[in-house]
Design a protein. Structure first.
Lengths: 486, 473
C-alpha cells in the first residue's frame, strides 16, 4: 500500500502542495445481531481506499477515492491540491502547524483471539443463548443481542517523511431486554446501553462479558421496573455507576475540551465550548479530588481512543485535562496547538476511514481512580440515588447545561441499596456538577468504557472514544426533572 | 426580523450559469446505468446461491466548510460499493466490498455465502421479489453534479464578506454531490436511481447572540446561500442582549426546522416491526385519536419536495401510505415479511435485508395550513419563537417525551410582535401531547435540520410547550 501513499504525496508535491499526508485504510467489519431468538443482522463489510490531505496556497484540501489505480490516485491527490487552492478564495490567514518530526514505525494493539477467525456459528450461538435467557423471563417483550468486530489497517505517509503502519482490532457486544406493559416501555441493557462494551482487543473481550450469565437478570430488571417507584423530584445525592459516568465525562468534559470547538471551527453543527482560552489554568472545573486525563497510550488501557500515532502522524500522548480540580489542558492537533501557542500537538486527530478528513477526537478521556471502596461509598451515603446505565443524554451546544436519564435507579437509605427506582434522571451545569463530586471509587471498580458512536464533523464522522471511570458520588444534584410536569 | 423570509422558502436561482474555472483535474465520473447493470450481472453470474441480490452504491460528494469567516475544511470523496446478499435453503446474509476486481467480487460473493450458510434457518424468509414497476421521480440535476470547489468557495467567500460587513462571525457548510444506486437480483429485478444533493447551512454569530439557516435540495439552483446568510445574520442581530425569561409552559412558534427535528423522532414508530416488537408509541393506539384533528401525515416518495429512490431495500415499489388522518394513526408501513406476520399488505418500505428493524417511512409529508409565521406571531399575546432545536433525545418512548435545547435564534413574542432575543431553554416535551396542542399550521415546506432526515413539514404554533430549565446564555 505504500506505493499508493507515496504516489499521492509525490503528485501533491508536484502540484504545489507545501505539505501533504496520505492515509491508505483497509477496513473490515463484522456485524451480528439477534432478536427474540432469531438472527437479525448478519453482515460483513470491507472497504479500502486512500485519503489525501494537502496544504496549498496556505489552505487545506482533502480528497479521497476507493479506485486504487495509478490514474485515480494521482487524480485524487491533484484534486486535494486544487480544492486547497479553491479554499484560498475565502482565506483570512495561512494555516500554521505546530512542529512535528517524522516517524517510521509499526504499531498494533494486542489481542488474543482474532474475532474474524472465531466460527460464526459460535458467535451466533452465544447471542441466541443470551436472547433465550432474556426472552424466558415473563414480561420481557423484546430481547436483542449484538456483536461487532472491526479491523482497521492503516498506512500513513507524510511529506515530512513519516511512514507509520498501524493495525487496530476492536470488539464489542451487548444485550438489551425491553418490557411493554400498561402504558410504559422499560428496558435494561448489559453491560452498557447502545451496543454494550467495546474495546481494542479480540474475542476474549466478548467471552469476559458473560452475556448469557447476566441475561436473566437483565430481563428481570426490565420487567421489575414497571412496579418500581418513580424517580423523586428535587435535590439529591446521586451515585453514578461507571458506564453512566463514562458518558457524563464524554459529554461534559470530553467535548468541551476539543480545541476546534473552542476556536469556533464546529460552530455551525456541534457547537462551541464554554471553555474559552482564558479558563485554561484558572477554572476550578471540579472538586479537588477530580483528576482527568486524555490518554491515547496503550499503558492507559485498550480503549477505543488508544493508538500508536494519530492520523496526522503525532505519537500517542497523555494530556492532563483536570489536575486536582483545576482545568489544565485541551485536546489539540498541530493546527490548533499552533493557534494557541502550544509547542506541540496533543495528538488527537482521527478520521473515521479513508474517505474522511481527520479532525480532533477524544482519545481516552478518563476520570482517574479515587480511593473509595464501592461498599464503603454506599455505606457512607444516605438518602441517595444510585443511577445505572444510560437511557438518554442531552447537552447544550456549549457543553454547559446537561440532562441525563438512566435505565434504572436504586434508593440508598442508611448506607444500604434499597428499592428500585424507575425513570431516573438528573440535570445540571457542568462545572457545578463536577465541583459537587465528593467520592470516587478506586481502581478496583474502574472500567475503561468504549463509546463506539461519537458523531462529529461535516460530513458526519463516527468515532470510538474511551472513558475510564469508577462509581462516584455527587451532592445536591437536581433529579427527576425529565418527566416532571411542573 | 422577518421570519417570513425563512430559509426553506428561498427559491431564487443562484444566478446565471457562471462559467467557473474548475479543478485542474478531471471531474469524477459516475457509472452509467448500463455500466451499473453490467457490473451487477457480472456479480450475479459468480453466485451459485439459491437466490442472489446485488446492490451497487456509488457517489461523488464534496463539502466546503467554513468558520471564523474563512474556509477551514474542504473535502471531496468518490465511492463505489458492491453489496451481495445470498440465500441458501432459507438462510440469508450480506457481504459488502468496495473492490471491484474479479478476485474481490468472487470473494464478496463467497463471504456472503459463508455467512448465510453458517446460521440457522430463518422462519418465514420469503423468496426475493421479481421484476417490478416504479413511479418515475426526477431528482438528478446536472447543475448540482457539475458544481466545483471554486463555485462553492465563491459563494462562501460572499457569505463571509457579508458577515465581516455586519460585524459578525460566520460558520457553515456548502455541499454538493451526485449518487447512483442500483439493485438487481437473480429473479430479474432491476432498479436504478440517480440523484443529486445540494445543501447550505450557516450560523451567524454576534457578540452574545446567533442566528441560523439551512436548506437543501436536489437542485443547486434552488439554494440561495446569500439569502440564507442574510436571514441568519438578521436573527443574530435581532437577538442581541438576550433576556432571561422564566421556564414553564409556553405557547411556542416552531419554525419548520424545529418542527422537523421533533416530529422526526416519530418516524420509526410507524414501522410494522416496531409495533410487532411493542416498542412503538402507536402500540395499542392504532385507530385512536392521539393527536389533534389538524394533524395528518403520509409517506410519499413521489412528493415534489421529497427525495430518495422509489423502491425499498428489497426493490419493492414504495407506495404512498396515509399514516395519520385527523389525529388518528391509521396505517403503518410494512415489508413483505412484516406484512405477512401482521396480516397486512406490504407497502415497499423495507430496509436492506437481513436486518432486525424491518422497515421505516423515509419520505414523511405533513399536511399543513395557511398561517404564515408572521401571522402566528401577530396572533400571540405571549410566546416564544424558535428557530432551531439541538441535541434532542428520547426520555420516555411510549409518551414519546423528548428533551433538548433551543439554539441560534430564540425570541420572546409579546402582544403580537417579537420584542427581544432570549436565553436558551431546555425542554422536556411529549410529542404526542405537542401534536394535540397545535393551534396553527403554516404551509408545508422541505425542512432541513440536524436531528432528522429531511421531511416536508409546516411551521406550528403550539400551546403548553414545556421548558423545564433555562440556561445561562
Amino acid at each position: 500500500m505504500w506505493e499508493w501513499a507515496n504516489l499521492a504525496l509525490e503528485t501533491a508535491r508536484v502540484r504545489g502542495a507545501s505539505f501533504a499526508d496520505a492515509r491508505v485504510v483497509d477496513l473490515r467489519l463484522r456485524n451480528l445481531s439477534t432478536k427474540n431468538g432469531q438472527v437479525g443482522t448478519l453482515s460483513e463489510q470491507e472497504s479500502l481506499g486512500i485519503g489525501v490531505r494537502a496544504l496549498a496556497a496556505g489552505c487545506w484540501g482533502f480528497a479521497s477515492t476507493d479506485h486504487l489505480t495509478r490514474e485515480h490516485v494521482q487524480a485524487c491527490a491533484a484534486r486535494a491540491v486544487s480544492i486547497a487552492r479553491a479554499s484560498a478564495l475565502a482565506k483570512r490567514h495561512d494555516v500554521v502547524m505546530a512542529p512535528e518530526r517524522a516517524y517510521v514505525d509499526t504499531w498494533q494493539n494486542p489481542f488474543i483471539k482474532d474475532p474474524f477467525q472465531i466460527p460464526l456459528e459460535r458467535q451466533l450461538d452465544l447471542l441466541l443463548a443470551a436472547d433465550r435467557e432474556m426472552s424466558g423471563i415473563k414480561g420481557v417483550t423484546l430481547a436483542e443481542s449484538s456483536m461487532e468486530f472491526r479491523r482497521l489497517e492503516q498506512w500513513y505517509a507524510s511529506t515530512l517523511g513519516s511512514r507509520i503502519h498501524q493495525v487496530k482490532m476492536v470488539s464489542g457486544a451487548g444485550t438489551m431486554a425491553m418490557s411493554f406493559a400498561g402504558d410504559e416501555i422499560q428496558k435494561r441493557s448489559y453491560p452498557a446501553s447502545f451496543g454494550g462494551q467495546h474495546q481494542l482487543g479480540g474475542y476474549e473481550l466478548i467471552e469476559s462479558l458473560d452475556l448469557v450469565g447476566n441475561a436473566a437478570r437483565v430481563g428481570e430488571e426490565a420487567v421489575a421496573l414497571h412496579k418500581a417507584e418513580p424517580c423523586p423530584e428535587g435535590e439529591r445525592t446521586i451515585v453514578l455507576e461507571s458506564s453512566q459516568l463514562g458518558l457524563q465525562i464524554h459529554e461534559s468534559i470530553g467535548h468541551p475540551i476539543e480545541l476546534d470547538r473552542v476556536l469556533g471551527m464546529e460552530a455551525n453543527f456541534a457547537g462551541m465550548s464554554f471553555l474559552t482560552l482564558d479558563k485554561l489554568g484558572t477554572l476550578r472545573y471540579a472538586s479537588d479530588i477530580v483528576n482527568v486525563v486524555a490518554d491515547a497510550r496503550l499503558a492507559h488501557g485498550p480503549g477505543l481512543g488508544t493508538f500508536g500515532y494519530d492520523d496526522e502522524g503525532v505519537p500517542a500522548q497523555c494530556t492532563e485535562i483536570i489536575k486536582d480540580g483545576l482545568f489544565t489542558g485541551y485536546l489539540s492537533n498541530r493546527e490548533t496547538a499552533a493557534a494557541i501557542g502550544l509547542s506541540r500537538s496533543g495528538g488527537t486527530m482521527r478520521g473515521e476511514s479513508w474517505n474522511r478528513l481527520p479532525i480532533i477526537r477524544m482519545t481516552n478521556v478518563s476520570l482517574l481512580p479515587g480511593t473509595w471502596r464501592y461498599e464503603d461509598l454506599l455505606a457512607d451515603s444516605d438518602d441517595a440515588i444510585l443511577m445505572e446505565t444510560n437511557r438518554s443524554w442531552s447537552i447544550d451546544d456549549r457543553r454547559y447545561h446537561f440532562q441525563f436519564s438512566t435505565e434504572v435507579g436504586w434508593e440508598i437509605k442508611g448506607g444500604k441499596k434499597g428499592r428500585m427506582i424507575k425513570n431516573p434522571s438528573y440535570s445540571g451545569i457542568t462545572t457545578e456538577f463536577w465541583n459537587s463530586c465528593d467520592a470516587i471509587c478506586s481502581r478496583d471498580d474502574w472500567t475503561l468504557w468504549g463509546t463506539p458512536n461519537c458523531g462529529k464533523g461535516q460530513p458526519m464522522q463516527t468515532m470510538g472514544t474511551g472513558h475510564g471511570a469508577s462509581p462516584s458520588r455527587f451532592r445536591n444534584i437536581r433529579v427527576g426533572i425529565a418527566l416532571a410536569k411542573g | 426580523m422577518s421570519p417570513a423570509r425563512k430559509s426553506a422558502k428561498v427559491r431564487r436561482p443562484a444566478g446565471p450559469a457562471r462559467k467557473q474555472t474548475g479543478p485542474a483535474v478531471a471531474e469524477v465520473h459516475l457509472p452509467s446505468d448500463a455500466e451499473l447493470r453490467r457490473l451487477a450481472e457480472r456479480i450475479l453470474r459468480l453466485s451459485d446461491a439459491d437466490e442472489t441480490e446485488v446492490e451497487i452504491d456509488t457517489g461523488a460528494d464534496a463539502l466546503t466548510r467554513f468558520a471564523n469567516n474563512t474556509i477551514h475544511q474542504n473535502v471531496a470523496e468518490h465511492t463505489l460499493s458492491v453489496s451481495v446478499r445470498t440465500v441458501f435453503d432459507g438462510r440469508t446474509a450480506r457481504a459488502t466490498t468496495n473492490k471491484t476486481d474479479d478476485d474481490s467480487l468472487r470473494r464478496v460473493v463467497a463471504a456472503s455465502a459463508a455467512l448465510a450458510r453458517s446460521q440457522p434457518k430463518i422462519p418465514g424468509l420469503l423468496p426475493m421479489p421479481g421484476k417490478q414497476k416504479y413511479e418515475k421521480v426526477s431528482r438528478y440535476f446536472a447543475a448540482t453534479a457539475a458544481a466545483t470547489p471554486v463555485d462553492r468557495a465563491h459563494s462562501v467567500a460572499r457569505v463571509c464578506s457579508q458577515a465581516v460587513k455586519n460585524g459578525q462571525t460566520s460558520a457553515g457548510i456548502f455541499s454538493t454531490g451526485a449518487s447512483a444506486m442500483a439493485l438487481a437480483n437473480s429473479r430479474g429485478l432491476w432498479a436504478v436511481h440517480r440523484q443529486t444533493r445540494a445543501e447550505f447551512s450557516v450560523t451567524m454569530m454576534d457578540k452574545d447572540s446567533s442566528g441560523w439557516a439551512k436548506a437543501n435540495s436536489p437542485d443547486l439552483r434552488r439554494l440561495d446561500p446569500e439569502a440564507l446568510a442574510a436571514s441568519a445574520s438578521q436573527k443574530a442581530s435581532a437577538s442581541r442582549n438576550p433576556r432571561e425569561v422564566e421556564h414553564g409552559h409556553w405557547t411556542v412558534i416552531l419554525e419548520p426546522a424545529a418542527v422537523l427535528d421533533l416530529v422526526g423522532f416519530l418516524f420509526y414508530d410507524f414501522a410494522g416491526t416496531a409495533v410487532l416488537d411493542q416498542r412503538s408509541c402507536f402500540n395499542k393506539r392504532m385507530g385512536k385519536k392521539v393527536m389533534g384533528a389538524n394533524i395528518s401525515l403520509r409517506d410519499d416518495v413521489t412528493h415534489p419536495l421529497q427525495s430518495g429512490p422509489p423502491f425499498d431495500g428489497e426493490g419493492m415499489p414504495r407506495q404512498r401510505v396515509s399514516l395519520v388522518e385527523a389525529g388518528v394513526p391509521k396505517n403503518l408501513v410494512y415489508t413483505r415479511s412484516t406484512a405477512r406476520k401482521m396480516k397486512a399488505k406490504p407497502t415497499g418500505h423495507g430496509l436492506p435485508l437481513p436486518n432486525q428493524d424491518g422497515e421505516a417511512p423515509l419520505n414523511l409529508v405533513f399536511d399543513g395550513g395557511t398561517t404564515s409565521i408572521d401571522e402566528m406571531v401577530a396572533s400571540t399575546d405571549r410566546g416564544i419563537l424558535l428557530t432551531r432545536l439541538w441535541y434532542i433525545r428520547e426520555v420516555e418512548p411510549y409518551e414519546k417525551v423528548l428533551t433538548g435545547m433551543t439554539r441560534d435564534g430564540s425570541f420572546l413574542v409579546e402582544a403580537g410582535r417579537i420584542v427581544s432575543g432570549i436565553r436558551n431553554f431546555r425542554f422536556n416535551q411529549g410529542i404526542l401531547e405537542m401534536l394535540s396542542n397545535v393551534e396553527q399550521l403554516g404551509p408545508p415546506v422541505r425542512a432541513a435540520g440536524e436531528e432528522s432526515f429531511e421531511m416536508v413539514v409546516p411551521a406550528m404554533k403550539v400551546r403548553n410547550f414545556h421548558f423545564s430549565e433555562v440556561t445561562k446564555f
